[in-house]
Unconditional design. Structure first.
Length: 348
């Protein structure tokens, strides 16, 4: 480990977290500021805390007056609405209520009746969102920030580091990674992508000099019943786990965008690969039958490590041409613009 590299490890949002900052004596102070930002967001948006904003919103379900939210939360709701629209309704922050029917530790499938009882409480289209007021019209409805707040927190922590003068570092929140900047000599960080069928091993190691990376897969929480794997990513329309992709990783300007694209791709199921290719995302995917593909893999096979770093500096989701010469598709560009606005609206 380089002598000027400070590493701060902690736990937050149910995950092991790490902030790595180059910078001598000031690095420790910068890393602590990043950690404080992550813990602030956990306290604000965790559904497990009685005093969180998320809990207050969920307790208001059925109250026609709803809850007036702050600027940061409004930006997160705008981002959720954009993601819902771009995913044809699959990215839905009301679907967390379905976890009541699914106990992946039990090894027992829920009854269809149990799922059917929850489906009327699912649907962002049922929510009345007119900034700054959010209304959950049906008693029992819930919003769950867990599908994207950790990625947002990674971006915010990296931004805090930059605001404190750091130019070289990395934030890793349980595999959701945001880069502060490359190593002082300009070399990229090396980030491993987990093998979904051997989670302790890396399927691929990527150079990452800017932006962020996020991954999603059926290995995180799952159960196997009668030889069939059921993952934790649930289709909000049916209440059942999606099938088709085993894992997806995406590199983007923002960890928030990367995480959203991986989630949508997983939710697309058998259509996930085609959707990824049309989205303009720099990705790596593993199908349910073990096929590995995506532009990140192709670039590594071609030995284009330099190009991989250039993707991030050129902004794969911001309108610049990708390493393959293609322009990013509208979905990536739109989410990137919304993510930039979201991260910028955090309290100062």
């Amino acid at each position: 480990m380089p002598v000027d590299l400070h590493v701060l490890r902690f736990r937050a949002m149910g995950s092991p977290c790490e902030v790595r900052i180059h910078g001598g004596a000031e690095a420790a102070r910068v890393a602590e500021a990043a950690r404080a930002e992550v813990l602030r967001l956990e306290a604000k948006y965790s559904r497990y805390r009685e005093d969180s904003l998320a809990t207050r919103i969920n307790r208001s379900a059925g109250d026609p007056t709803g809850v007036v939210v702050d600027r940061e939360t409004a930006a997160l709701f705008d981002y959720a609405a954009a993601s819902h629209r771009h995913s044809d309704g699959l990215f839905d922050i009301t679907s967390g209520i379905l976890r009541r029917a699914w106990d992946f530790k039990s090894g027992v499938l829920p009854s269809q009746a149990a799922i059917d009882a929850l489906l009327p409480l699912v649907g962002w289209n049922r929510v009345r969102w007119e900034a700054p007021r959010i209304v959950l019209p049906r008693a029992g409805m819930q919003l769950d920030f867990g599908g994207y707040v950790k990625e947002y927190a990674a971006d915010r922590a990296a931004e805090i580091c930059r605001e404190h003068g750091a130019r070289h570092g990395l934030v890793d929140l349980g595999g959701d990674v945001a880069v502060v900047g490359p190593h002082p000599d300009g070399s990229p960080w090396r980030v491993g992508i987990r093998d979904p069928r051997a989670p302790t091993e890396a399927l691929l190691t990527l150079p990452l000099g800017w932006g962020g990376i996020a991954s999603s897969g059926d290995y995180e929480r799952c159960m196997v019943v009668d030889g069939v794997r059921y993952g934790h990513i649930l289709d909000p329309r049916t209440g059942w786990p999606v099938r088709g992709l085993a894992a997806v990783s995406v590199v983007a300007d923002h960890c928030l965008v990367a995480g959203t694209l991986t989630t949508i791709a997983m939710l697309k199921g058998e259509r996930g690969v085609a959707w990824l290719e049309s989205s303009g995302a720099h990705c790596l995917y593993v199908t349910g039958d073990g096929f590995v593909g995506g532009g990140l893999l192709e670039a590594r096979r071609a030995g284009q490590s330099a190009a991989a770093g250039a993707w991030l500096r050129a902004s794969s989701c911001g309108g610049s041409a990708t390493s393959s010469g293609r322009k990013p598709a509208a979905v990536s560009g739109s989410l990137a613009a919304t993510a930039s606005a979201t991260v910028a609206k955090a309290p100062r």
